[in-house]
Write a protein that binds this ligand. Structure first.
Ligand SMILES: Cc1cc2nc3c(=O)[nH]c(=O)nc-3n(C[C@H](O)[C@H](O)[C@H](O)COP(=O)(O)OP(=O)(O)OC[C@H]3O[C@@H](n4cnc5c(N)ncnc54)[C@H](O)[C@@H]3O)c2cc1C
Length: 335
């Protein structure tokens, strides 16, 4: 079959590779000028690797996903340790554990770590937020100094994520057109279309817009060897930035002698950032999910929506891979 995939992000790439290996011809159209979607990274003028859309830490315990990713890259192991900066400048571990509680009493934990973060990240007060988002950030005094303590595989692809996705796409039956946004009816020249574009955009927003949170990234190159020993520092103040990443503190991300590169993150609504859609907004009443389902019901018969904005779901990289492999398997049993 001739298959069109809209979007050359990780989800589409994994799916496209499986279809190509099964003998189908796969053509990608990608509106950005690069592959790898939001995992895209690059090496800057100081030789430091920067993740263009914020820090991406690959983490999983799924054996199928682990053996899949090892086919396309060597991986540098890493344990992610996040620090929060208190207003007095002291850095404490996150998730909150015993060491954190030495500096912040237990009855202040919500006000110090969650209340300002929730307001900045989601534009909502903690009381308005869907409680399941809060449960993703546990408060446990016994928490180890490790952000992903239960994952057996945490790391970075040697050579970066863009190269990793490039390897997945490197197959004789795959072609990729960059700077090629979807245009209406394009799928008609193909037998089937997998579509990672925002589902509401495909239907020209006829039922309304699905809201997303976005992030403005502020990159700085600083003429100093290092600003802190930590890769990611979350801010607890009520200013607009949520966190800063110091890239060279990740393994294999560059060793510039006299420069360090930092990225600060400022969350905002997607309409305040050129409709860069990062996080689907979960509302407590579930109205956004209902709207998504109404769009999904309109899907043409030879199309399937995929990926974060096609499914309107938060997907980490390992979940995107696992879901893409399952979709490919289902498609291949039927075709
Ligand atoms: C800020 C941020 C931080 C993250 N951190 C982590 C992390 O630490 N660990 C982790 O596991 N995951 C992380 N993720 C998730 C990770 O980015 C995704 O799991 C991964 O990129 C897979 O996404 P995807 O392929 O579904 O979508 P995307 O990466 O969004 O790819 C979709 C592609 O479709 C293209 N597209 C959209 N519309 C059109 C159109 N009209 N025409 C053509 N092309 C189109 C887009 O340009 C994009 O390239 C993070 C995500 C964000 C936003």
């Amino acid at each position: 079959m001739k298959i069109l995939i809209v979007g050359a992000g990780l989800y589409g790439a994994v799916l496209g590779r499986a279809l190509a290996e099964a003998g189908h011809q796969v053509h990608f159209i990608e509106k950005r000028d690069h592959i790898a979607g939001n995992c895209c990274d690059f090496v800057n003028a100081h030789g430091i690797r920067v993740h263009r859309y914020g820090p991406h830490i690959f983490h999983t315990s799924n054996e199928k996903v682990i053996s899949y990713v090892k086919r396309f890259a060597e991986w540098t192991p890493y344990r992610h340790r996040v620090r929060a900066q208190l207003e007095n400048g002291i850095h404490v571990p996150l998730p909150v554990n015993r060491e954190t509680l030495i500096h912040v009493p237990a009855d202040r934990v919500i006000d110090v770590f969650y209340r300002p973060y929730t307001k900045k990240m989601w534009g909502l007060s903690i009381e308005e937020l869907d409680p399941s988002i809060l449960s993703r950030v546990p408060i446990t005094p016994d928490a180890p100094d490790d952000y992903f303590p239960h994952d057996t595989f945490v790391g970075f692809p040697l050579g970066g994520y863009t190269q990793f996705v490039g390897e997945i796409l490197r197959h004789k039956s795959i072609s990729v057109a960059l700077s090629a946004p979807y245009s209406y009816g394009q799928e008609e020249a193909f037998d089937f279309c997998f579509n990672a574009m925002p589902i509401d955009e495909y239907f020209d927003f006829q039922l309304g817009r699905l809201p997303y949170r976005s992030i403005r990234f502020h990159h700085f190159d600083v003429p100093a060897p290092r600003m802190s020993p930590f890769s990611v520092i979350n801010f607890t103040h009520d200013g607009p930035m949520t966190r800063v990443t110091e890239w060279k503190n990740f393994p294999d991300h560059g060793e510039a002698q006299n420069f360090t590169s930092l990225t600060f993150e400022e969350p905002c609504a997607d309409h305040e950032n050129n409709y860069e859609r990062y996080y689907p907004v979960k509302d407590r009443a579930g109205l956004n999910r209902t709207l998504y389902k109404s769009y999904q019901a309109l899907t043409p018969s030879r199309m399937k929506f995929i990926g974060r904005t096609g499914l309107y779901a938060y997907l980490d990289m390992h979940q995107a891979i696992s879901s893409a492999l399952a979709v490919a398997e289902e498609f291949l049993t039927q075709n």
